[in-house]
Unconditional design. Structure first.
Length: 168
């Protein structure tokens, strides 16, 4: 009997440790990194926390705070206002692709259009081993970090906000 209890306690302890060390959802991972505080604020304003915390899997091309800072002055402040929620959601979902697309798979998409959850497409470009994305407005965003794992997908860090045609 002692052996069964000991095994049960060991299993419970191991599952607790595993739960503590496993990455959280995409939202949890982003919220745990101050580099994405503007993105997290925008996701909250767009009521997308529940969606991006869902089962997934998702691939998020996540703009950093510096990426948002490159937008014209006042843009972020205006986008997070309740009356601009539709535009904000349009922009944010343009950064999300269904499925967990790891960096090795992104590289194989060189020269191809990739459909986003928003419905629009981004062009994947690979040059000298570096990946960039071209949005529908011909803006370019460089992927600066890859394969940030989350329990419901993966994050690739980008240095500019991608813009769907309806956003400008």
């Amino acid at each position: 009997m002692k052996k069964v209890i000991g095994i049960g306690l060991t299993a419970a302890l191991l599952s607790t440790v595993a739960a503590q060390t496993a990455p959280g959802t995409i939202v949890d991972v982003a919220a745990g990194n101050s580099t994405f505080s503007t993105l997290v604020t925008a996701v909250k304003a767009g009521d997308l926390v529940e969606t991006l915390s869902g089962k997934g899997p998702f691939t998020v091309f996540a703009p950093t705070n510096e990426a948002f800072a490159k937008l014209p002055a006042g843009t972020v402040e205006n986008l997070v206002k309740p009356e601009n929620k539709k535009t904000l959601v349009n922009i944010l979902t343009y950064h999300v692709v269904s499925g967990a697309v790891l960096a090795a798979d992104v590289v194989k998409l060189n020269g191809k259009m990739v459909k986003t959850v928003q419905g629009g497409e981004v062009m994947v470009n690979v040059k000298d081993g570096k990946v960039s994305l071209t949005d529908s407005m011909k803006g370019t965003s460089n992927v600066t970090a890859t394969d940030v794992k989350a329990s419901n997908g993966v994050i690739h860090v980008i240095d500019a906000v991608l813009m769907p045609p309806e956003a400008k």
